[in-house]
Design a protein around this ligand. Structure first.
Ligand SMILES: Cc1ncc(COP(=O)(O)O)c(C=O)c1O
Length: 399
């Protein structure tokens, strides 16, 4: 039966990774992959993670099944991290959380859950959004439509157009929002805009679906949760997919969380039973190791402080690189304003180059980024910054 299958092209990002690996240039620079890199170009294991992992290995005394919801103490710690320690919604027992295999796992189980709530549901996603949202949400059965978000001319959010489009979305449909550090554009909603969206959700009845994969990479661990908290404060129902891949550097351990906010405790219990049933039919139970590390970090004051410091270090490095990139581009003397890169948040920004310029940077300079000119800022470092600046300058001068 396999002869019926047609071969597929590799995923564009994975394809780019392979091209980069095969490139023999000693000058090559990877700005494509959405993974944090330090000054040495490495993705380090955080010290807090190392310490928690050693403790876990000493303390672990069974490999028994974990259960569909994962580790209960992890779920409680994640609720606190995201909703805060003084959340009325948590106090009123309206929030449920389950440990998932990464943020992707959370997105997919929530999508399956939402199709059970409404088989005809449409989810509205920002234009642009992370490419993997489409298969993760669409293949569960949600219909996908786009709302305007990023304006490539002004390099800012088209908030009025976004609100206008969403004012036609009603009950039974969903709106996907990036909690912070928008992937791919780096342009984030401010607190006032979150309030306006929360009001609109209440007025029109649509359900917010927040994806937060970079908590701590924008303005701070607490600050980056503001969108989730404002929304939770206003609406009766919402769902949130969270990832520990980036902020705990636990990419390959697959740690994430799916949250459901319900109207009341009774509804929360019903929703939770459905979510567990979805999980049972998909992968039965999440893996234990990564979440056990995260739980240990969040429960231990000293480890948590160490982790917060390491997240701050990653955040500050990205911000500094943004400033240096803008300064360097300004110094190259052409009449183009790149200051938006400094205003944007998290790992990603569009440089504003066209696909042909992106192709020249790859072919002639061995600098790799997505075709949209999305760059992962953490791929820059003191060793390659000037080379990247000179290469971009050359490409733009030939424009
Ligand atoms: C916007 C967004 N959501 C979710 C994820 C999922 O991350 P993971 O499944 O690796 O935890 C990512 C990862 O790149 C992302 O960029």
């Amino acid at each position: 039966m396999f002869e019926n299958l047609k071969p597929l092209d590799p995923d564009p990002i994975l394809g780019l990774i392979n091209e980069f690996k095969a490139d023999e240039s000693s000058l090559k620079v990877d700005l494509g992959v959405g993974v944090y890199r330090n000054e040495q170009g490495k993705t380090p294991i955080l010290e807090a993670v190392r310490e928690a992992e050693q403790r876990r290995i000493r303390e672990e005394n069974t490999k028994e099944y974990l259960g569909g919801a994962g580790e209960v103490a992890y779920n409680q710690a994640m609720i606190k991290l995201l909703f805060g320690t003084d959340s009325a919604e948590v106090d009123n027992d309206r929030v449920r959380a389950v440990q998932t295999p990464g943020g992707c796992g959370a997105l997919r189980v929530l999508a399956e859950f939402l199709v059970r709530c409404n088989p005809d549901a449409t989810i509205w996603v920002s234009n642009p959004t992370w490419a993997n949202h489409m298969p993760l949400l669409g293949e569960a059965g949600l219909k996908i439509r786009e709302y305007p978000y990023y304006n490539y001319e002004t390099h800012s959010i088209d908030f009025d157009e976004m609100m206008e489009t969403l004012s036609h979305v009603g009950k039974g449909d969903l709106v996907l929002l990036h909690g912070c550090c928008h992937n791919p554009c780096g342009a984030d909603l401010d607190e006032t805009q979150w309030h306006a969206l929360a009001k609109l959700a209440n007025l029109k009845g649509f359900t917010p679906f927040i994806d937060i994969a970079y908590q701590g990479f924008g303005d701070g661990v607490e600050e980056d949760a503001i969108g989730v908290r404002v929304m939770a404060n206003h609406v009766e129902e919402m769902v949130v997919a969270q990832s520990c891949s980036k902020n705990f550097g636990l990419y390959r351990e697959r740690v994430g969380t799916a949250f459901i906010l319900s109207k009341n405790t009774k509804q929360a219990d019903i929703a939770y039973s459905q979510l567990l049933n979805v999980i049972r039919g998909m992968y039965s139970m999440p893996p234990a190791h990564g979440a056990a590390i995260v739980r240990r970090i969040l429960e231990d004051e000293a480890l948590k402080t160490m982790w917060m410091g390491e997240v701050a270090e990653m955040r500050h490095r990205i911000k500094t690189l943004r400033v240096e990139l803008v300064k360097g581009l300004a110094a190259s003397g052409f009449n183009r304003d790149f200051s938006f890169i400094e205003r944007e948040r998290g790992m990603f920004s569009f440089l504003g180059l066209d696909p042909e310029q992106v192709a020249i940077l790859k072919k002639e300079h061995s600098i790799y980024m997505l075709g949209s000119s999305r760059v992962s800022i953490a791929g820059l470092n003191a060793g390659n910054m000037q080379y990247v600046l000179d290469s971009i300058t050359k490409v733009l001068k030939n424009d």
